[in-house]
Design a protein around this ligand. Structure first.
Ligand SMILES: NC(=O)c1ccc[n+]([C@@H]2O[C@H](COP(=O)([O-])OP(=O)(O)OC[C@H]3O[C@@H](n4cnc5c(N)ncnc54)[C@H](O)[C@@H]3O)[C@@H](O)[C@H]2O)c1
Length: 296
């Protein structure tokens, strides 16, 4: 083992504390944009997750109320609310996973470019704070358009000298959730369907419905926002996978928009395995794997 790696491994063992009740490592999760349409149900779902010991809820407004409300739920995670830029550092410090649903959602008639113009600046500032206060955290980017906000975060982290391509994820889990739901509904089956149970035409139609799922919700909400509840569920599923991966649970396979070499594009949505092996954080993307040190 390289001396630098050994040093980090010992640091990790020294710094990581374990909950005496569950025997699980203590894990801090921060949600940026926690008072929003996605942020609130996501805060609720993360409060219910037994792997979370500390839940940090940050927004530019409204977080004291959300934090007070969620904190009354009798699950182990300790909840704290933070509001305004001056509290962002404290909200982030020591985080293992940072989930970002901050920004504005798509309204009818808005394109993804319109979204980009607003959300790019928000994500840039939040990423700079992550680089400063919790550079080792796994970042789960929800703010749209994910295929732009993830590269923006990557550039901010590169500039700060903290970029680690294995720790930056665009959350695409909602597409997977929708595909599973639509597929099971069409095939009239409750669980994971057999792949050959639908015709090519069915599969084409289901693919289109999954691709158009966001617009279906935007139109149904008629000007009052985009998918929030299903997105919160999908975000919670992905964050749970990250926590399990960090805790060394094997066979954590998920899809995510990550830096990739599978096409000529620098980032691509890929199937990945998140796991920890012998104190190394290993991310395997579509058959390619890299080793990085697990953060302490
Ligand atoms: N990845 C996906 O599949 C997916 C799906 C649905 C929505 N989204 C995206 O998620 C984002 C949030 O959607 P929503 O419906 O929750 O919107 P929302 O407007 O209800 O909530 C956004 C929250 O972000 C907060 N915010 C704004 N600027 C901030 C900043 N600088 N720091 C911290 N918080 C800030 C707002 O105060 C608000 O509470 C949007 O960009 C939306 O397009 C992504």
């Amino acid at each position: 083992m390289r001396p630098s790696l050994m040093r980090s491994t010992f640091q990790l063992l020294r710094r990581r504390s374990y909950s005496s009740a569950s025997g699980q490592p203590e894990r801090k999760v921060a949600i940026l944009g926690a008072a929003g349409g996605i942020g609130q149900p996501l805060s609720l779902l993360m409060k219910l997750n037994p792997l979370v010991s500390s839940l940090s809820l940050y927004d530019i407004a409204g977080t004291p109320g959300v934090a007070a409300d969620v904190s009354h739920i009798n699950s182990p995670a300790l909840v704290k609310g933070f509001m305004g830029e001056e509290q962002l550092g404290e909200a982030l410090e020591g985080s293992d996973v940072v989930i970002i649903p901050a920004g504005v959602p798509r309204k009818p008639g808005m394109t993804r470019d319109d979204l980009f113009n607003i959300n790019a600046g928000i994500v840039k500032n939040l990423s700079a704070a992550i680089a400063k206060y919790c550079p080792n955290a796994l970042v789960n980017m929800i703010s749209n358009p994910v295929n732009s906000t993830v590269p923006i975060a990557a550039e901010v982290f590169k500039k700060a000298g903290t970029y680690d391509e294995k720790k930056l994820f665009g959350v695409t889990t909602l597409d997977v959730v929708r595909a599973k739901t639509f597929f099971a509904g069409k095939a009239n089956i409750p669980a994971t369907p057999a792949t050959n149970s639908l015709s090519d035409e069915d599969i084409k139609a289901l693919t289109k419905r999954t691709q158009d799922g966001g617009t279906e919700v935007v139109e149904a909400k008629a000007g009052k926002g985009s998918a929030t509840l299903s997105m919160a569920y999908a975000g919670a599923v992905f964050a749970d996978a990250c926590l399990k991966g960090l805790n060394g649970v094997p066979d954590i396979v998920k899809c995510s928009f990550v830096q990739s070499t599978v096409t000529e594009l620098p980032f691509f949505a890929s199937k990945m395995v998140i796991l920890v092996h012998l104190f190394l954080f290993l991310l395997c993307v579509d058959g390619f794997s890299w080793f990085v040190q697990l953060h302490g």
